[in-house]
Design a protein. Structure first.
Length: 97
């Protein structure tokens, strides 16, 4: 409800520019969340303000190939070393095709 493209761009500055964020209408976001098995729920609300709430959600980084197909995923418990090794493994496999 409260997140705008401007806010997403600000948030995205903390990520490598090659990381892409999905945006869309509420129905499109719901469809994508279902496809990627993303969990989200309003966790806490401030009764005095519609814009003051917390969202509980899954934290997953999805790796997609150049064709947009799913290759792998990494959760918040995946070490940065394992993420790097996984990405490099897929990169080398794709390079050999």
């Amino acid at each position: 409800k409260r997140d705008s493209l401007k806010q997403l761009a600000y948030f995205g500055r903390d990520f490598d520019p090659r990381v892409h964020f999905l945006v869309g209408t509420p129905d499109q976001v719901k469809t994508a969340a279902k496809a990627f098995r993303v969990y989200s729920s309003v966790a806490e609300t401030d009764k005095e303000s519609d814009d003051d709430y917390l969202i509980d959600h899954s934290i997953v980084l999805y790796l997609l190939g150049p064709d947009g197909q799913f290759l792998d995923f990494y959760t918040q418990s995946t070490s940065s070393r394992d993420v790097l090794e996984g990405i490099l493994k897929h990169f080398h496999e794709l390079k050999q095709k």
